[in-house]
Design a protein around this ligand. Structure first.
Ligand code: LFR
Length: 475
């Protein structure tokens, strides 16, 4: 093994993507951002779609830039891909796309969701450990089959987005476990597909193969000649699984995990799933870890609210200094008398987030914020309240008292949100200055390459030189 091992993490988020070069030397990981690019879905007619051609172009650009960053004579050992959950492609045996790729915020699943609510679908929760949520792949695929029945003849495979990028890179089609577990189609008790769910949603079982655990080597990169020596490794394909892997949690289990981006994923690691009426009521999603364990979490609406609101202000911050000024101004404002119900369906994909927020406040006869700092304050406090609720539910369900909340992701840089979370939850928040998803992605590659023994070892080594900031709860 060379003294420095180079791997690239391709990390695609719903609002931005990046390719990060990781250098592993003397048990230390150094990250260099090779490429960063915006991402968004586009509307066509009444629906919302991802532009996969653009994403693939950016991935290739990023990988070429990563190779250009290597010291003379060095080679990229491996690449891995993680993305947001739930979204997928349908392919034929030749790997041709046979259906456009909808974005999970498309409202095409609303009717299916209402039908599930009307019939009561607890048996689906018992089977899959995933609550009924509008973005689940189950509802999306059911809508695809219902609106386009010929698809069952055309498609032979369903790949989730990380699986599809792995396929574009390596030519191998595999379903990886962590992203498969976001679908509501996986058996909660096995690394296998759920007959109950597939039958319920009328989805052809032949579209899936038994999910592989993270770390599976898929073979060399076949689509970019300059990367022919690099191995494609199926890392935890779900970005949230990668973010959780990157958290230096104490092995005793006293930590709650919070990955804060467009969504806030509040949860824990557990050897078994959390099921039953309390878990269902708290919308606990029993997603899987790369190694096959469980990370029960609640998906709390996150910084999408702020990102979308900012788009409506010309005065939105463009530099770190301007961001700091906005947060400082928001911090000086009093705690809002009334917080937002961030789970309002009107906030999921509004034409105008500001108008949606104002409408909810007006309905409650509460004044609307007067400027951007006031919106920022209201949104951050409301998201933090969602974090605290989720934390309280997990304490009730597990009978455990959590000592700390570990936080990674874009929100960990937002001190207003970190402090508000500590205040609302009543326990310290430790925020890490860390590209969590990319780090978890790279960790899986390093373990697969034999450079690191296992995840516990990686976390221990990572924690040794990690910068962190602690926010103590205030009364
Ligand atoms: C975060 C995330 C969440 C998932 C949501 C939709 O990026 O992956 O975990 O619930 O996106 O897929």
């Amino acid at each position: 093994m060379p003294s420095t091992l180079y791997s690239a993490a391709i990390d695609l988020g719903a609002t931005s993507g990046r390719v990060i070069l990781g250098a592993w030397s003397k048990n230390q990981l150094t990250l260099t951002e090779a490429h960063r690019f915006p991402n968004s879905y586009r509307e066509l007619g009444a629906h919302a779609y991802w532009e996969l051609g653009t994403l693939w172009h950016e991935v290739q650009t990023g990988l070429r830039k990563a190779v250009a960053l290597l010291p003379k004579g060095a080679k990229l050992a491996s690449v891995g891909v993680d993305t947001w959950g739930c979204d997928h492609v349908l392919l034929n045996a030749a790997g041709r796309l046979v259906f456009p790729t909808h974005a999970y915020r498309d409202n095409r699943t609303q009717a299916g969701l209402a039908a599930l609510a009307a019939r009561g679908a607890d048996h689906l929760y018992a089977a899959t450990g995933i609550p009924n949520v509008f973005y689940n792949s189950s509802l999306q695929l059911a809508e695809t089959v219902a609106s386009c029945p010929a698809i069952t003849q055309l498609a032979t495979r369903c790949l989730f987005l990380p699986d599809y990028f792995n396929f574009l890179l390596s030519g191998k089609m595999e379903n990886e476990l962590t992203v498969a577990s976001t679908s509501q189609l996986l058996d909660v008790n096995a690394p296998a597909w759920s007959r109950t769910a597939l039958e319920h949603f009328r989805i052809p079982p032949a579209w899936f193969t038994t999910p592989v655990l993270a770390g599976r080597k898929l073979g060399p990169v076949t689509s970019l000649p300059e990367l022919a020596d690099a191995e494609v490794i199926a890392v935890p394909g779900h970005d949230t699984a990668c973010a959780y892997d990157a958290m230096p949690a104490s092995p005793e289990g006293g930590d709650l995990f919070l990955s804060s981006g467009t969504w806030s994923l509040v949860g824990l690691e557990n050897p078994t799933p959390l099921l039953g009426p309390d878990a269902l009521a708290a919308r606990v999603a029993n997603e899987r870890t790369g190694a096959g364990g469980y990370r029960p979490l609640t998906n709390v609406p996150g910084l999408f609210l702020l990102e979308q609101t900012l788009l409506e202000f010309n005065a939105r911050p463009a530099t770190p200094k301007a961001w700091d000024a906005l947060i400082t101004a928001a911090e000086k404002l009093p705690v809002p008398a009334l917080l937002l119900d961030t789970t309002d369906a009107a906030f999921m994909a509004p034409k105008s987030m500001r108008a949606a927020i104002d409408a909810q406040l007006k309905k409650k006869k509460s004044p609307v914020p007067k400027d951007l700092p006031a919106y920022t304050r209201l949104i951050c406090d409301s998201i933090a309240h969602g974090h605290a609720n989720a934390a309280a539910n997990f304490e009730k369900m597990t009978g455990r008292k959590f000592r700390r909340i570990l936080m990674v992701g874009g929100g960990s840089k937002n001190r207003l949100l970190c402090q508000a979370t500590a205040d609302a939850a009543g326990i310290p928040v430790l925020s890490f200055n860390l590209e969590g998803t990319a780090v978890g992605n790279l960790a899986s590659q390093l373990i697969a390459l034999g450079a690191v023994k296992d995840l516990a070892t990686f976390r221990r080594l990572l924690a040794a030189d990690l910068k962190q900031k602690t926010y103590q709860p205030r009364a």
